[in-house]
Design a protein around this ligand. Structure first.
Ligand SMILES: [Zn+2]
Length: 115
């Protein structure tokens, strides 16, 4: 058995961000906290007890879970479905859907032309 490559799991990618109720600072697990030498990818729950808000210094207990701000719900689950379409930006996706509709319409019309 070889060791698994060091990659973030979906759960880690979708880790919740926490907002400081005192000053509004948002701890994002994907960024970590460079001022406290917290490496990126550290979930809030894994922060040391001594960790304080890097902006105003309040305790961890003053932070509230605001969810995974940068991950739309269902996005992670759907990421690898549909030929990678979900990796596209919404604009690209709309373009693709529109293009498919136009192609489908042209195909439909060509069938009409043949009959
Ligand atoms: Zn704060």
């Amino acid at each position: 058995m070889t060791e698994r490559p060091k990659e973030l799991t979906l759960a880690e990618q979708a880790a919740s961000s926490y907002e400081c109720r005192a000053c509004g600072y948002v701890y994002e697990p994907s960024k970590g906290d460079s001022t406290a030498n917290i490496p990126s990818g550290t979930v809030f729950e894994a922060l040391p007890e001594t960790w304080r808000c890097p902006v105003c210094g309040v305790r961890r207990s003053q932070f509230v879970n605001i969810g995974a701000a940068d991950v739309a719900s269902g996005f992670a689950e759907n990421l690898n479905y549909g030929l990678g379409v979900n990796r596209l930006t919404p604009n690209q996706k709309n373009l693709l859907i529109f293009g498919a509709l136009v192609l489908g319409f042209l195909f439909f019309m060509s069938l009409y032309g043949l009959s």
